[in-house]
Design a protein around this ligand. Structure first.
Ligand SMILES: Cc1ncc(COP(=O)(O)O)c(C=O)c1O
Length: 391
């Protein structure tokens, strides 16, 4: 049986069409866009600027607004928090973030609090959806920045950015969104939503790893960020280092394909996700949904199976690419997202995160169900692999 990948929130395979767009920039069009006094550099420069336009257009950022190409969302998020802190040393000193942000937001926030800033971590309901009123009531005259993700990477829940954006805009507070799991899946229009800064990575949307962007709605906001990478002054002094031209071209092609395919693709993906859930629930007792599928991106499914420790289950289904806790969070086993949603330890310990994606088929889903049903049956006969069920 060949391995089946249903972990598209961790990463996605590179789409062949994205690879085809990138390929020339590895070889014949290998030039350095900073050296555009000749043909080679000029070709590379044009490709990068075209990609910048594609990205702006895809996220509803004004033409000519800054798009800083980075190595991914982690770098973009760090640039926002650390960059703002460095430039804002004597001004507002409070940030508001949700408690279910990715660690690449939470860790820089912790760094801020160790460097003279105050942070409010706004709790989340058991649905995994942030209450915009709670964010808004955390704002003070000292608030510099609010950061709320577009969609969560563990339970897929889509967050109420529009209401938050109206409040931050009216009070002159910056709004950042980590849209790594939202770009291409939920409509992102920075201008309409009132988002000032937006981060994402290409590899979550069938693009290459090591490529991402920070989109900034206004040049005046970019001027408030201190660059974190110093050197040759690329990206308008915001991020030094020779540009990853194939990665940037791939990012733009990936986002373009998402726009083109999403309307049909997401319907198909949602149907597969629903089939997976009903197949699991039909054959396994005690499958509980974590989060709320009605307000989640279509491919997301996070479930806990009563009494079945996910580490034990994963060990028996090694040919299925699926996660226990957040795979992109490295080795730390427990999920701060599920904990913030108020789930108890046994429910967190038995959580499985599925992410259905572009290349999954109904046969994949059937096979995943069969393998999980068999593994759960085996584990339930071996009580030492279970988790104690807590109320
Ligand atoms: C919501 C979210 N933000 C940020 C990241 C970090 O992305 P990267 O590892 O590409 O920098 C991830 C995934 O790992 C994510 O899911």
């Amino acid at each position: 049986m060949s391995p089946i990948y249903v972990d598209h929130f961790a990463t996605t395979p590179l789409d062949q069409r994205v690879f085809d767009a990138m390929r020339p920039y590895f070889q014949q069009d290998f030039g350095n866009p900073a050296n555009d006094g000749h043909h080679f550099g000029q070709i590379a420069r044009e490709a990068v600027e075209e990609a910048r336009d594609t990205v702006r257009h895809a996220v509803g950022s004004p033409s000519n607004s800054p798009v800083i190409f980075t190595s991914g969302a982690t770098e973009s998020n760090n640039l926002v928090f650390r960059g703002l802190a460095e430039r804002q040393k004597h001004r507002r000193r409070h940030v508001v973030v949700s408690s279910i942000e990715h660690k690449s937001v939470l860790a820089p926030v912790r760094w801020l609090t160790q460097n003279g800033y105050a942070a409010t971590l706004v709790p989340v309901a058991q649905t995994g959806v942030i209450n915009s009123d709670e964010i808004i009531s955390a704002l003070t005259d000292d608030t510099l920045l609010v950061s709320v993700m577009a969609a969560n990477n563990e339970v897929g829940t889509i967050q109420p950015l529009e209401a938050i954006g109206q409040a931050t805009r009216s009070r002159g507070i910056l709004l950042h969104s980590d849209a790594t799991q939202g770009v291409g899946k939920v409509p992102i229009d920075m201008a309409r939503l009132g988002i000032d800064l937006l981060s994402f990575s290409a590899h979550k949307i069938y693009g290459p790893k090591g490529s991402g962007a920070l989109c900034v709605a206004a040049a005046s906001t970019a001027a408030e960020l201190a660059p974190q990478m110093l050197g040759g002054g690329q990206e308008n002094e915001m991020r030094s280092g020779t540009l990853n031209v194939p990665g940037i071209v791939g990012l733009a092609r990936a986002i373009e394909l998402m726009q083109e395919l999403t309307p049909i693709e997401q319907v198909r993906i949602r149907a597969l996700r629903d089939a997976l859930l009903s197949g699991l629930q039909k054959s396994i007792e005690g499958v509980q949904i974590n989060g709320n599928l009605d307000c989640a991106v279509p491919g997301a499914l996070n479930v806990s199976i009563d009494g079945v420790r996910s580490t034990a289950l994963l060990a028996r289904i090694r040919d299925i690419g699926v996660s226990g806790a957040a795979a992109c969070g490295g080795k730390s086993a427990t999920s701060h997202v599920l904990a913030a949603m108020g789930l108890n330890r046994s429910r967190i310990g038995s959580a499985l995160r599925f992410g259905i994606g572009r290349f999954n088929t109904p046969e994949d889903v059937d096979s995943v169900i069969d393998q999980i049903v068999t593994a759960v049956g085996w584990i339930r006969n071996q009580p030492q692999f279970g988790v104690e069920i807590q109320a």
